[in-house]
Ligand binder design. Structure first.
Ligand code: ADP
Ligand code: MG
Ligand code: MG
Ligand code: MG
Ligand code: MG
Length: 620
């Protein structure tokens, strides 16, 4: 993103007057970039994570904790040695108490690169800790439990609901990151555009944007592969959201949701009453079904077009223009859907742009469509190609857990590509999965729509069904409802993602070493246990901590003291990073998989490695 710190941001009225022109230029920029990069080939598989932290001050004498509004100073110190680096490792986020980090360089497709993920995360946490005071701790927790309650930040903040940028009754402007015009403008303009204060049923405004997430980006070798992966990950999003659930407390109350997603979705909802369908359409152009922060609206591949079964609005002019330039219907709709949104941040200096040299108007729209996935464009004159960003996950307390989730998603992409898997179901069912994913203990209590047969004609796997006929669905449905345990660990009819990963890893054993295998097994064990309920989600841990706390009054209130003790417990968990399994545990985990899955998967591998046939049922 271009540095706009000395530019002059436009206010909402001014943005409105320039919308048509800016959008037109944005579409032209997309068309130019598309044509330039559509035939790009052979980009290596690169990938990496993004982790967001909140800085919290712990007062052991007063038994209280406060958010530290010092991100700006912290970032200056952290990036000192980094000046001129085009991609700083430490970047600002919405909150003045938040910072974000990425690994020093992206990882490769080598399985051994997996062993670098957790150590990079630990290194980064150490680096951040080293520039903080003794009593300040970086937490990787999605939502700060008492954000917006009383004296919750240092230095103390003042509410300014009449004139402040966020005009929030609960959360003062000081909480927002200073010196980042983009953040402030975006928030101001979301409200101006919508024509009223933001309503979040968990009350307040900064509550969504101030949450920390865990993201992963994967570069694919071609645009087609990036689109294939994007589509395959669409329904993995709700599953990973539920599995990573870690935020049940907001504004000092235990809520009835386990993830930050619904809060974010309400925070970034800039639709007007007309767009939401609450008033007849007069001034606005469209009825819009979803907030800017939401689940993916469409599959992008023409092959999956028929699964786009929800009504989606799209910008007709943009759509026609894209089609006329030779883009297919599905990709044109995807882009035209992004362009129903208005830019939320514009500067007078960069208003008029070239369609070939600039990409800012395009990026401005793409990067403020906060969907579960994002297709990122190549960057000209660099080795950065077509990328897919996976965005739904909640950040976990420890680096071990964060590494486990990130690596798990990496392995999902590997098995999808290797076996040409197909996870596509109607997008309306993905929406239902997204709603289910945030519910309390969704991982155990909810069922999720998933494709019954994930193998395709192109699958490089030969599937043997142990109880013949089972996969043939009773009514021909391509999908059914499963528990997350079944999706992850398998059942008699469905192979399960982890058993498939194990099959894949065995076929690749020449690429790994014992150390990496142990690390991967420990990650898969965590995900498997979270899916089965053997290990509680972070949300469940937090909920239980609050409910069983002796001071808890059964009134949903998470008091200052309970919060302090909860954060102390979280800090302890953050440090307890190492979770390597000993041999017995690995064996037990595999036994469990064998019992759980009556399914056998025999990959079609070259003869030299054919001896590695992995049959979950019959292997002794
Ligand atoms: P954004 O905030 O726009 O989503 P960031 O720069 O914060 O992006 O994070 C990008 C992530 O993508 C990092 O984890 C980084 O390691 C990774 N990454 C960087 N270059 C590539 C690439 N060429 N392909 C895939 N991932 C990359
Ligand atoms: Mg980032
Ligand atoms: Mg971020
Ligand atoms: Mg970002
Ligand atoms: Mg990101």
């Amino acid at each position: 993103m271009m540095n706009t710190s000395n530019h002059t941001p436009l206010n909402w009225e001014e943005i409105k007057n320039n919308l048509a022109c800016v959008k037109k230029q944005g579409i032209r920029q997309f068309i130019y970039q598309y044509k330039k990069h559509k035939d790009r080939r052979d980009d290596p598989l690169y990938w990496g994570d993004e982790i967001e932290y909140m800085i919290v001050k712990i007062d052991d004498e007063e038994k209280t904790t406060k958010l530290c509004l010092k991100a700006k100073d912290v970032l200056e110190t952290l990036n000192k040695g980094n000046i001129g680096n085009p991609a700083p490792l430490w970047t600002p986020e919405f909150g003045g108490y938040m910072v974000e980090s990425i690994p020093e360089r992206p990882y490769s497709d080598l399985l051994t690169s997996i062993s670098k993920v957790e150590s990079s995360m630990k290194e980064r946490r150490k680096e951040l800790t080293s520039v903080l005071e003794q009593d300040e701790i970086p937490f990787t927790l999605p939502s700060y439990p008492r954000l917006g309650v009383g004296y919750f930040a240092v230095p103390p903040t003042k509410l300014n609901p009449q004139n402040g940028t966020s005009r929030s009754w609960f959360s003062p402007d000081d909480v927002m990151y200073k010196g980042r015009q983009r953040t402030t403008s975006i928030h101001q303009n979301i409200k101006e555009r919508k024509g009223g204060q933001i309503e979040i049923l968990i009350p307040g405004l900064v509550f969504g944007a101030g949450c920390c997430g865990l993201q992963t980006t994967f570069q694919m070798d071609t645009l087609d592969e990036a689109i294939y992966l994007y589509d395959q990950l669409v329904n993995i999003c709700p599953i990973m959201l539920a599995l990573s659930a870690a935020s049940p407390v907001y504004k000092g109350y235990l809520s009835d949701i386990d993830t930050r997603w619904p809060v974010l979705s309400q925070s970034f909802d800039d639709r007007t009453d007309e767009e939401k369908g609450q008033k007849p359409l007069k001034k606005d152009r469209f009825r819009i079904q979803k907030s800017r922060w939401g689940s993916v609206a469409t599959y992008i591949s023409p092959e999956h077009y028929q699964y786009n079964d929800t009504d989606i609005v799209y910008d007709k002019d943009s759509y026609e223009e894209l089609k006329n330039e030779g883009l297919d219907e599905a990709l044109s709709k995807h882009i035209a859907y992004l362009f129903i949104r208005d830019p939320l941040f514009l500067c007078s200096e960069t208003l008029d742009q070239n369609e070939d040299l600039d990409i800012q108007h395009l990026e401005n729209i793409n990067s403020t469509n906060w969907q579960t996935l994002r297709l990122k464009l190549p960057i000209s004159n660099t080795n950065t190609g077509w990328r897919v960003e996976f965005r739904p996950m909640e950040v976990q307390l420890s680096d071990f857990e964060n590494a486990a989730y990130v690596v798990f998603v990496f392995l999902v992409t590997r098995i999808a590509v290797a076996y040409r898997l197909n996870f596509i179901i109607p997008i309306s069912k993905v929406d239902e999965n997204m709603s289910a994913a945030s519910k309390r203990d969704a991982v155990l209590e909810e069922k999720f729509y998933f494709r019954r047969n994930i193998f395709t004609d192109k699958s490089k796997a030969e599937v043997k069904v142990t109880q013949p006929g089972h996969l043939q669905s009773k009514n021909g449905d391509e999908y059914c409802q499963m528990t997350i345990d079944e999706i992850i660990n398998g059942n008699v009819e469905f192979p399960g993602l982890i058993p498939l990963m194990k099959t894949y890893l065995k076929s690749k054993c020449e690429e790994t070493d014992e150390g990496t295998n142990r690390i991967i097994n420990s990650y898969l064990k965590l995900i498997s246990d979270r899916a089965s309920g053997a290990e509680p989600t972070t949300a469940k841990f937090i909920r239980k901590f609050v409910i069983t706390h002796p001071y808890y009054q059964q009134d949903s209130i998470v008091s200052d003291t309970i919060n302090y003790e909860l954060l102390k417990a979280c800090a302890k968990k953050s440090d307890g990073g190492i979770y390597l399994l000993d041999e017995d545990e690995v064996l037990a985990a595999e036994m469990k998989l064998k019992r759980g899955s009556g399914y056998s998967v025999v990959p079609d591998v070259p003869p030299s490695v054919a001896t590695l046939r992995f049959n979950l049922l019959n292997e002794s």
